[in-house]
Design a protein around this ligand. Structure first.
Ligand SMILES: [Zn+2]
Length: 346
């Protein structure tokens, strides 16, 4: 029987996910990577556990009509990709929890309506007039590629999240086979405001507070916290922090570099949206936690609950018959996190 953890009964957990990080768009230059590093380092310094929805491969049409394409699974990563991968690996070592946010977060190789061909803008699954994107086989292909890209880059996925939370019911069954945590509501809406465990033992974690933009401002989200009875979970696009950052300079006034990336620091004359968010939640009695803290615990004996959660994205029984090539067991060089164990007394 599964019960909620009692240990955390008096705690008000809050979850933060950094959204749409990948090798392109707002993160396509070494300067951008320096800025992204500053955002990560701010969260580490504030001791905020955080999640990163990572898009392994970035594709988009440029203004001159040419294609941009880069992936953390490129066979011959250029300097930019090596720096990005190094930055992500360092963040992972420091405790950031990464997850697969599709494979390319787009569809197609030509201009489409609503720029669906562009990463982070486009949908990847269940696309109108693209029947293949609705099939379970397509879901298998994309999640397999995403997972392989993570492995190649030495990264470990702790969750799956479909682009724009969109996929078919049948595809959801596929993602359940691949990941024990799906960081979005399920298609039937049973995880709309709180963590839900499916019949197959997969956890769905919703983000009922949405994401910060011009309409859903930090002030608005903070005002909703009062009396909020859902899971205090939201996501944030880290490039929104970039205007609040400035280049760090040394004593001679020259820009400072670290590990080949320019060093950025937060401006002191203003508070960023993320800073307001982090402090605003804490002032209202919320604690930032990693996703494993909000998963239900197993009752092992009367009065005692326990969870031994091996944060493997794949079940011990992989859907081998569905896979184009065997990808289990994990290969050498893939970083595995330690099992997470909690004992709780009722
Ligand atoms: Zn996205």
């Amino acid at each position: 029987m599964l019960v909620r953890s009692e240990t955390f009964a008096n705690m008000r957990p809050a979850l933060l996910r950094l959204e749409d990080v990948g090798p392109g768009g707002p993160y396509r230059t070494l300067e951008d990577l320096g800025r992204l590093r500053a955002v990560f380092e701010y969260l580490f310094a504030e001791r905020v556990p955080f999640h990163v929805a990572l898009i392994p491969r970035w594709k988009n049409i440029e203004s001159d009509g040419s294609w941009y394409e880069k992936g953390i699974d490129d066979p011959y990563p250029d300097e930019y990709l090596r720096k990005l991968i190094g930055l992500l690996q360092t963040a992972q070592k420091q405790g950031a929890l990464f997850g697969m946010h599709g494979y390319t977060h787009q569809y197609g190789n030509r201009k489409m309506k609503d720029d669906n061909q562009d990463t982070a803008t486009g949908f990847e699954f269940d696309i109108k007039n693209a029947p293949e994107t609705k099939t379970p086989a397509y879901a298998v292909q994309r999640v397999t590629k995403s997972w392989a890209a993570f492995r190649r880059a030495g990264l470990y996925p702790h969750f799956w999240e479909s682009p724009h939370y969109t996929h078919t019911r049948q595809q959801e069954r596929i993602f359940e086979l691949f990941s024990r945590v799906i960081y979005q509501p399920d298609v039937e809406g049973r995880a709309a405001t709180n963590v839900f465990m499916s019949e197959t033992g997969v956890f769905y974690i919703p983000t009922p507070l949405g994401y910060i933009d011009e309409r859903n401002t930090v002030e608005r989200v903070l005002s909703r916290l009062e009396g909020f009875d859902g899971l205090a979970s939201l996501f944030y696009h880290p490039f929104r922090e970039f205007p609040f950052l400035e280049r760090a300079t040394g004593q001679t006034g020259k820009p400072v570099f670290r590990n080949g990336l320019p060093v950025f620091q937060y401006r002191r004359d203003t508070q960023s949206d993320l800073q307001k968010l982090i402090h605003g939640f804490r002032q209202r009695g919320f604690d930032w936690v990693p996703l494993y803290y909000v998963l239900p615990k197993q009752r092992v004996s009367p009065g005692q609950s326990q969870v031994v959660f091996y944060p493997l994205p794949f079940w011990p029984r992989p859907p081998v018959q569905l896979l184009p090539e065997p990808i289990w067991p994990l290969g050498a060089g893939c970083l595995l996190p330690q099992p997470v164990v909690w004992n709780t007394v009722d």
